[in-house]
Each structure stands twice: as structure tokens, then as C-alpha cells.
Design a binder for this molecule. Structure first.
Ligand SMILES: Cc1cc2nc3c(=O)[nH]c(=O)nc-3n(C[C@H](O)[C@H](O)[C@H](O)COP(=O)(O)OP(=O)(O)OC[C@H]3O[C@@H](n4cnc5c(N)ncnc54)[C@H](O)[C@@H]3O)c2cc1C
Length: 320
């Protein structure tokens, strides 16, 4: 069976959920081989093996942390040349997409970004994308070289499928360009204790209907009751009510959670572009004609200042 390379997204060896989703999707196409760059490959291999990695190709060097993406591209290219995989899967983060694009150019391969599903096809893996503000779903396959595919977080539920996960050293020699851009400082983001917006299984977003920054704690309280991330429309962000890093939409982040709750958001096309692939969509809006109701699974026509606190209370009560 052909092997499929999966680029591992991790923090010091703690494998992040999107990688487990990639391993799950990779098994539809071939045997997953994980590429782990940086420290603690042995620790990561336990998780990677549990989710189906037959092998873990590991390399650690200061270059991975000290410079921007080029050293990682060198390593992934080395893995690609040694394995000759049926496909290379990379998480669709900003960094992942840059790594994937550079790899595809070097390898002379076609690339598909932001896939939301993946299946085996007679002539190679077929990726599903949601395009034109999610108005269309397309299926595509790479016709040239080794398919390089980036997959959005939450595209598949991670399924365990124990495999050997044997760690093997990956030999990497860095190119001249690898050390062209050095990282000069790192400041960790202040933790809110909430999940990362693009990876969260549940997102609760607030819009202009909130009427001011002072009312966003209503959204935060509902989010916290559900273990969700907080999002915002551009109108709320532009008004300075919530940080731009939380903006969902065409010029913000693209999210695809299991559940998306929009409160006081009208559902403009640019907002929909960033959330329409969510599995279940719930909207709370006092205007029954608001366009958001065209795409919801459940809609509440009502005042968010009444509905949201009641919802939070009910969720808390049911948690017992
Ligand atoms: C190039 C470009 C890029 C853009 N990118 C983005 C983007 O990335 N993300 C994004 O979100 N927007 C984006 N926009 C802006 C977008 O067009 C909308 O202006 C924006 O999404 C509107 O935000 P909103 O829904 O919060 O506000 P509004 O459209 O003003 O809607 C507010 C809603 O709240 C409801 N409401 C008011 N009070 C209450 C209440 N008490 N209870 C319940 N409901 C209430 C109203 O009925 C209304 O439907 C972009 C626009 C352009 C031109």
C-alpha cells in the first residue's frame, strides 16, 4: 500500500488535534507516515502511532525553531524524496499553507489548499473544497507530481487506529536559503483558557447586535459554558469591541467547527465565507428577515440580551 506523508503540527512534542484529523484522512488514501520536526519525537510517536502512523520520520535541529519555514520545507522535501508518497498532507494553518506551497513549487507538484474532505480516487486522492464563500463545493485532484494537500481543521473526527509509529531518523541538509530569515523574538499570546478559534469544535460569535464591548462577556460566558472559542464579526471588530484575531470571515479567520453560534450577526456574505462550512449553525437575531437565517440549522428570532443568558444558564444547568 502506498504511503502518505502527514506533516505533524505540535508544541514540544504535544501533537495538535488537526494532525490527528490528517492521520485519519490519510488512512483513506494509504499508510500514514508522520514527519515530526523538532523536539520530543519519541513522545509524539505514541500519539501518532495510536492514530495510525506506521512510521514517524523525525528530525531535530535548532534551525527549525530559529528560522522561519524554509528549514521545515527542506526537511519535508527530504522526507518526500525518501518515501515517494502517494500524497503529502499538511494542516491548513498559515504556516502549514506556506510550507505546502513551497514544497509543491520545489517538487513541481500540484497543490490543493483548504480541503475539507479527502477520499481515495482511481487516479489519486480527491479533495473536497468549499469555494466562493462556500456557495459551491468542488472536488479536485492533483494531476502533476506528488499531490500536496492542506486540510482545514475540523474536517474529520480523529479516529484511533493503532499502528507501529516507529521513530526513524530523517536525514536533512539545509539549503542556502534555509537560514535567510531568523526569528528574533517570541512573545507567547496571553492565554484565555479557551480553545484556538480555527481549531475549536464549538465557536460562539458576536456581532454589531451586541451594541458594545461591554456586552461581549455575554458571548464569553456562553462560550465558556460550552468549552468554545469566541469569534466576532468585522463590524464588532472594527468598532473595537473585540480583537481582530477573533474576526471570522473573508478578511478574518476561516472556521469549520461542529457547532457555530452567531448572536447579533446579520450574515453578510463576507462573514459567511468564514463559517459556512460549520457542521451545525445556530443564529440568534431579533430580525426574522436577517440573511443569516438562510443558512442556519436552528434559528432563534429574539433579543440576544434575553436569549444568550438563558442559553448559558440552561447549558450550565444541564452540565449538572
Ligand atoms: C472586502 C470586505 C471584507 C469583509 N470581511 C468581513 C469578515 O471577514 N467578516 C465579517 O464578519 N464581515 C466582513 N465584512 C463586513 C460585512 O460586509 C458586514 O458588514 C459585517 O459582517 C456585518 O457585521 P454584523 O453582522 O455584526 O453587523 P450588522 O450587519 O449590522 O448586523 C447586526 C445584526 O444584529 C441584529 N441585532 C441587533 N440587535 C440585536 C439584539 N439585541 N438581539 C439580536 N439581534 C440583534 C440585527 O438584526 C442585525 O441582523 C467585509 C466587508 C467587505 C467589503
Amino acid at each position: 500500500m502506498a504511503e502518505v506523508l502527514v506533516y505533524v503540527d505540535h508544541v514540544d512534542g504535544a501533537v495538535r488535534k488537526p494532525t490527528l484529523e490528517l492521520l485519519t484522512l490519510a488512512r483513506r488514501v494509504g499508510e500514514p507516515v508522520a514527519v515530526h520536526l523538532g523536539p520530543n519525537a519519541e513522545g509524539a510517536a505514541k500519539t501518532l502511532g495510536e492514530y495510525g502512523a506506521v512510521r514517524v520520520l523525525a528530525a531535530d535541529a535548532p534551525e527549525f525553531a530559529d528560522y522561519l519555514v524554509a528549514p521545515k520545507v527542506d526537511a519535508l522535501q527530504a522526507a518526500c524524496e525518501s518515501v515517494r508518497p502517494a500524497a503529502v498532507l499538511v494542516p491548513s494553518s498559515a504556516e502549514g499553507k506556506e510550507i505546502a506551497a513551497r514544497l509543491a513549487i520545489r517538487a513541481g507538484s500540484g497543490i490543493i489548499t483548504d480541503a475539507v474532505d479527502l477520499e481515495a480516487g482511481d487516479e489519486g486522492p480527491v479533495a473536497t473544497q468549499s469555494v466562493f464563500a462556500a456557495a459551491y463545493t468542488t472536488k479536485s485532484r492533483v494531476t502533476k507530481g506528488t499531490p500536496v494537500i492542506t486540510v482545514k481543521p475540523n474536517s474529520a473526527a480523529p479516529e484511533a487506529a493503532p499502528a507501529a509509529g516507529a521513530v526513524e531518523a530523517l536525514a536533512v541538509s539545509f539549503s542556502d536559503g534555509a537560514t535567510g530569515t531568523r526569528v528574533t523574538a517570541r512573545t507567547p499570546r496571553e492565554s484565555t483558557g479557551r480553545p484556538e478559534l480555527t481549531e475549536a469544535a464549538i465557536v460562539v460569535s458576536g456581532g454589531r447586535g451586541l451594541n458594545g464591548a461591554e456586552n461581549f462577556p455575554l458571548i464569553e460566558a456562553l462560550a465558556d459554558s460550552l468549552g468554545a472559542a469566541v469569534g466576532a464579526s468585522r463590524a464588532a471588530v472594527d468598532a473595537g469591541w473585540y480583537p481582530h484575531s477573533h474576526q471570522v470571515g473573508q478578511t478574518g479567520k476561516s472556521v469549520s467547527p461542529q457547532l457555530y453560534i452567531a448572536a447579533g450577526i446579520s450574515g453578510a456574505i463576507q462573514h459567511r465565507a468564514g463559517m459556512q462550512t460549520s457542521k451545525t449553525i445556530v443564529a440568534i437575531n431579533k430580525d426574522a428577515e436577517a440573511p443569516i437565517f438562510d443558512l442556519v440549522d436552528y434559528g432563534v428570532v429574539g433579543d440576544l440580551f434575553e436569549v444568550v443568558p438563558q442559553l448559558t444558564e440552561e447549558v450550565e444547568a444541564r452540565k449538572g
